[in-house]
Design a protein around this ligand. Sequence first.
Ligand SMILES: [Cu+2]
Length: 172
Amino acid sequence: MKSRNILLAIPAALLAMTAMAAGNHAGGHDGVAEIGKPGVASQVTRTVIVDMTDDMRFHSSKIAVKQGETIRFVAKNSGKVKHEMVLGTLKELKEHDEVMKKNPEMEHADDNMVTVAPGKSGEIIWQFTKAGKVDFACLQPGHYDAGMKGLVTVAASSKIPVQGDGHADHKH
Ligand SMILES: [Cu+2]
């Protein structure tokens, strides 16, 4: 698709502005603004349960949300090995997957991911600020390659203010 090339051509200055607009979360993940931002518990509009199983699948792996929605993902590990749910762009997930392969014992944690022990569940609260697609995957070594991935489709909404123009009012 041509549109991907256009995305890659966004000047660094614009990306820097986007990062600033993302506000107080200085996580250093360049793609955070693209996939949304950490959500606030009091603003959760919906809970989505995602079951993670040892056949290397998420159930469901296809999730539909509306732009502006804050979702509480409850990631349930029904398997006997560790699984995790990591939200990101496909590019970020692939890069992160490579790092995890080289450092299988690496502990990693951030607002866009949750690592879950067998039989347990964990959660991610995430606000989808931009219409489009947000990928997710399990980055335990080998799991992504085995197909443990999914997709959140974010439908455009006209009801919320335009993001990132600095004029959005802050509601509580
Ligand atoms: Cu897994």
